[in-house]
Design a binder for this molecule. Structure first.
Ligand SMILES: C[S@@+](CC[C@H](N)C(=O)[O-])C[C@H]1O[C@@H](n2cnc3c(N)ncnc32)[C@H](O)[C@@H]1O
Length: 825
């Protein structure tokens, strides 16, 4: 902490509560609006702050956060890059203008200033407007707890990335608990609380420093509501004149959250020194130890910066171990079997007695089904085609097979490497073939088995939905099948890129190089074939500091390290932010990954922004169908973005750009993962990965019949005129997978409660979310006209896989129900 520049000191604070609410706030407005420099002040947050400071220095004290303490929070904003920030207590808008401006600069969307006093709120609004920040800042009048609850209930506030607490001291804890309960504050949120030592807020310090057990115990102590004990009387009574006795939220919070805290020292705007001291060792992982030691010096004034995170993970509960995990899941499948059987039976009854909307009807064969001949004067009779869909054990393959079987007159057949493939039992599939699974370097049997299905079944169109391990091989099959079929005088089409294209898009490093080469923006990325290369980049990008970071200094860059090939174990930990707290820790972490020329990794700049995924069908170099949705953990929940939204249009434009680069021979499924900074018209897309194959998001097209035509358009001549891109029919339901949600939202919280690792609240919340999904969302596998795949998936396919895993001892860490992928551990 540097010294205080006395020239900037505010007028001293008056005794008692005579330092505010005596008309000075309105006087400040007059002062600013009659300022000789008003024209330069207008539209400039910096100049509005300077004018407020000038009033505080030359006229009367103002209880603002001030420049010095403000810098702590603006630095934090630059680090956290909050999309949404909330302040509790706005007063005349100093912190609101300073932080609102910083949030806007760092790409954030919204700054809420919660102020109870309507007169103060009016001053804030007026000065925010003068500063030109009204688009970003929203001033909310009312008591903070009521405002938080209202904003949450209306959907305007879904999550708080950064919160600044600077209002009524006894309400710090009660408001924080309310935010926890409403899941506005979750692991990853950051809190900055002012004046926790002087004037002092012991209950707040106690709360954020308590362990889960202490918090649970306190929460269970009936009748011991929040109060004003431990506060200076002046602090308790300072708002009494206008608002009488304070009422508090009675929320119990979320005791499962624990916080890492650090105290940061600074000066009040008056520059007044204090002899109090408090030392908290920083738990921020990236703070250098010498910096932490510095925090132990005597403080003058300070903030407490607090970061909640999941509690340190204790030893895994027994049911996460290999044998109990598999056995419990098999048992769960057995327990749920009667429910699934009832569902299948119910489906037949509903369909039989017309209780559901009619199944989309197959249209008769007509000339549109042979579009390759559409210009021929001697048009032959249209013929029924055979369409092969591979990968029908996965939701994406099943969804495409159903779509084509229900909406076109053609014969749809399926193939998969698993004989228990749920798609095999779909009424959409006329015939099923078991393929030989590719294993390691031996891919020939897989390629041969697929080629023989194409040949024996006289396949006209092959839609590949194979898994990542067969992506390149599928590219080979296209080439070989096209050669063979054309030798035999047959027309054969495939929705699958050739192997060279697959390789280029599939390898993370080649993809980033390619995107950069066509002039599109990419995150900073390095291909590394040795641990030393990784360490060199990390140390160069984030030099060690031996003290406090100076204002204006570039913030530390963080990186993530991803395997370029398929490496489930490394993938599981790839979101670890690097560098770690110390050089030895970083070195040890990087070295244990086994980075080598045959196992290269990509070191990529971490962009702390929301992630989106897209799915596109590309036909002859044009985007025929497109959708985008926010990425969810394990990609088990899908909600389509509005196709007309600017963000969706931007991602579509990007995809069109890439597709048009490759010309008319470019046909296949293409999906991208993007990190998205900013919002509205100011979004910046960072493509981070590409999957040149079908994405599960294809389920979102279930109700859009034109999607089937988009697949058949592969038989048409390349279009010269622009055609409409097919998008999911709006409003489009969100999708979930019942088995995944049952385990993650209901079973695991219940078992964890039993072992004291979760609260009743966690269980209720999980069950409520599950119920919401069952009632309002759509299951990705279940279809009332075609219920067998659902039954087979949960009661044949997965039990068999789990049994095999028990027998062969192959351990797994996660499974993806929709893609049937098992992540090895
Ligand atoms: C210290 S001042 C805030 C200063 C401001 N953050 C700044 O630095 O510019 C505290 C403010 O909190 C407001 N306040 C007090 N209790 C509140 C409550 N329960 N809800 C919302 N605002 C409250 C007061 O009216 C006062 O304007």
């Amino acid at each position: 902490m540097g010294s205080f520049d006395q020239n900037k000191a505010y007028a001293p604070q008056e005794e008692g509560s005579a330092f505010f609410d005596d008309g000075r706030e309105i006087e400040l407005l007059h002062f600013v609006y009659s300022h000789t420099n008003l024209e330069n002040i207008r539209g400039s947050p910096k100049n509005v702050l300077a004018a407020i400071d000038e009033y505080g220095r030359t006229k009367k004290y103002l209880m603002n956060v001030g420049e010095d303490k403000g810098r702590i929070v603006t630095d934090l904003i630059a680090e956290v890059k909050p999309k949404t920030m909330v302040e509790l207590g706005g007063y005349v808008g100093y912190s609101c203008i300073l932080f609102g401006d910083a949030v806007r600069d760092s790409g954030g969307q919204r700054y809420y200033s919660l102020e109870r006093d309507p007169a103060f709120a009016a001053v804030i609004m007026s000065l925010v407007d003068l500063a030109g920040l009204s688009d970003t800042v929203k001033v909310v009048v009312g008591s903070s707890d009521e405002s938080i609850a209202r904003l949450h209930a209306s959907g305007a506030l879904e999550h708080i990335d950064l919160m600044f607490l600077d209002h009524y001291k006894p309400a710090y804890v009660t408001d924080l608990k309310l935010c926890e309960e409403l899941r506005l504050v979750t692991p990853g949120s950051v809190l900055a609380a002012d004046n926790v030592i002087k004037p002092g807020n012991p209950p707040y310090l106690d709360y954020v420093r308590s362990s889960v057990q202490q918090k649970r115990k306190n929460a269970d102590e009936a009748g011991k509501g929040p109060g004003t004990e431990g506060f200076l009387e002046t602090n308790v009574k300072m708002y009494e004149k206008r608002f009488g006795d304070a009422k508090f939220s009675q929320s119990k919070g979320n005791p499962s959250l624990v916080y890492k805290s650090k105290l940061v020292h600074s000066y009040e705007p008056t520059g007044e020194p204090s002899s109090e001291a408090e030392c908290v060792r920083s738990s921020y992982p990236h703070i250098h130890p010498s910096h932490s030691a510095m925090l132990c010096s005597n403080s003058i004034k300070f903030h407490l910066v607090t970061k909640p995170h999941a509690p340190p993970r204790p030893a895994a509960l027994f049911f996460y171990n290999h044998v109990p995990k598999n056995v419990l899941l098999i048992l769960l499948s057995l327990i749920c079997l009667p429910v699934s059987l009832a569902l299948v039976l119910g489906s037949f009854v509903l369909v039989k007695f017309d209780y559901v909307r009619p199944q989309p009807t197959r249209r008769p064969l007509d000339y549109d089904d042979d579009p390759e001949d559409e210009c021929s004067p001697t048009r032959p009779r249209p013929t029924r085609k055979t369409i092969l869909v591979t990968g029908v054990s996965m939701t994406k393959g099943l969804a495409i097979a159903r779509l084509l079987a229900q909406r076109t007159p053609h014969r749809v057949i399926g193939a998969d490497v698993s004989p228990f493939s749920p798609g095999r039992f779909s009424t959409s599939i006329s015939a099923f073939h078991t393929l030989t699974a590719p294993s390691g370097s031996s891919t020939k049997p897989y390629v041969d088995s697929l080629l023989s299905v194409i040949r024996d079944e006289n396949v006209d169109l092959w839609i590949s939905c194979s898994s990542v391990v067969a992506a390149v091989e599928d590219g080979q099959v296209v080439r070989l099948a096209e050669e063979t079929m054309s030798r035999n005088g047959r027309i054969f089409k495939a929705i699958q890129f050739r192997e060279d294209v697959v390789e280029k898009f599939h390898a993370k490093d080649q993809f980033i190089d390619y995107i950069e080469s066509i002039g599109l923006q990419v995150p900073e990325s390095y291909r590394c074939t040795t641990a030393q290369q990784v360490l060199d980049v990390l140390l160069r990008a984030t030099p060690e500091t031996d003290g406090e970071q100076k204002a204006g200094e570039q913030k530390e860059k963080r990186f993530i390290l991803k395997p370029i090939g398929v490496d489930d174990r490394a993938r599981a930990s790839m979101m670890t932010l690097l560098p770690l707290a110390s050089v030895p820790e970083t070195t040890a972490y990087v070295k244990k990954l086994g980075i080598s020329p045959s196992n290269p990794f990509q070191l990529q700049q971490h962009i702390p922004s929301p992630e989106y995924c897209t799915h596109a069908l590309i036909v002859q170099g044009r985007v025929a169908a497109f959708t985008a949705c926010p990425s969810s953990e394990l990609l088990m929940h899908y909600s389509a973005l509005s196709p007309t939204s600017h963000l969706c249009q931007q991602m579509l434009e990007f995809t069109e750009h890439v597709a048009s680069e490759h010309g008319a021979g470019f046909t296949g499924h293409l999906s991208f993962d993007f990190l998205v900074e900013g919002e509205g018209r100011n979004v910046v897309l960072y493509p981070i990965e590409c999957n040149p194959r079908a994405h599960t998001a294809v389920v979102l097209f279930e109700d859009e019949g034109k999607m089937a035509d988009a697949y058949l358009s592969v038989f048409s001549r390349p279009r010269t005129k622009a055609v409409d891109v097919i998008v999911p029919k709006m409003p489009c339901p969100s999708y979930y997978w019942a088995g995944h949600d049952l385990v993650t939202l209901v079973v695991i919280p219940m078992l964890s409660l039993f072992y004291g690792r979760a609260s009743l609240q966690d269980v209720v919340l999980g069950a409520r979310t599950f119920a919401d999904h069952v009632i309002y969302w759509r299951d990705g596998t279940y279809s009332v006209w075609d219920p067998w795949p659902f039954l087979v998936l949960y009661h044949v396919y997965w039990p068999v896989q789990l049994l095999l895993s028990l027998l062969n001892g192959k351990k797994w860490s996660r499974v993806n129900v929709s893609t049937t992928k098992v992540f090895e551990s």
